[in-house]
Design a protein around this ligand. Structure first.
Ligand code: CA
Length: 233
């Protein structure tokens, strides 16, 4: 069986660490464990793993420090393991350069999906593999070259701003993007009262794309954090 990649797990709770490494090894990933932030930073530098899974509550220092340290020299994908209802912490981690997060408790299929997404984005960021020209998820199709959006084969007319938001989310499908990251990409960093304008645009986008805008299947809200385009439907 070919090795799918090396995953560094930085997590001090033994049962979570064991659950993660067992799930990943069963799918032919190679795993390496670290119990402290210091150990994790050393292993990250010496191994250059394909993905780092990082718990933020570590015994020797905050996991946030690991993100800062790794981002000083590498763009390798960092997936944060976070407790439920720690939105502030998630946003801080994402704004400092973490790629995504997974909320405890999580199952193996969610973990594997996040790792596949992180590895794919890592490969594109490193220049191996080009981002595709056409994005498809379920009945939604976006042709970036032609700036065309279709739902179940029918063309959907989006405003310039709506298209920018949808295209950005699609280019990062499977990963959460924070409200601030979307706003600064679409309007620039000096926009005031921007969360409200983003919400208004998202309501219009959902009305145009979703069968039931109240229960969106393409663009999900991560409450208090941002939006995530579904990658696999
Ligand atoms: Ca912990």
């Amino acid at each position: 069986m070919p090795n799918k990649g090396t995953i560094l797990i930085i997590e001090d709770e033994e049962n979570i660490r064991d659950f993660i490494s067992t799930s990943l090894r069963a799918q032919n990933y190679k795993t390496v464990d670290a119990k402290t932030a210091a150990e994790g930073m050393t292993l990250a530098a010496s191994l250059c793993p394909d993905v780092i899974l990082l718990d933020l509550g570590l015994p020797d220092m905050d996991g946030i420090e690991v993100i800062k340290s790794v981002r000083a020299w590498s763009m390798l994908p960092i997936l944060v393991i976070s407790a439920r209802s720690r939105e502030k912490e998630k946003v801080e981690a994402l704004d400092l350069g973490a790629d995504d997060y997974i909320t405890k408790p999580f199952g193996p299929s969610e973990l594997l999906a996040r790792i596949r997404t992180a590895m794919r984005h890592g490969a594109v960021a490193a220049g191996h593999g080009a981002p595709s020209q056409i994005f498809t998820t379920g009945g939604l199709q976006i042709d970036f070259g032609k700036r065309l959006v279709r739902v179940d084969g029918a063309e959907v007319h989006l405003t310039q701003v709506e298209y920018k938001i949808v295209a950005l989310l699609a280019q990062n499908a499977g990963q959460v993007l924070t409200y601030d990251a979307i706003i600064s990409h679409v309007w620039g960093p000096y926009m005031d009262d921007n969360n409200r304008i983003l919400r208004v645009n998202m309501a219009n986008i959902r009305r145009k794309l979703e069968k039931n805008p109240a229960e969106p299947q393409y663009i999900n809200t991560e409450i208090g954090v941002g939006y995530r385009m579904a990658e696999e439907l």
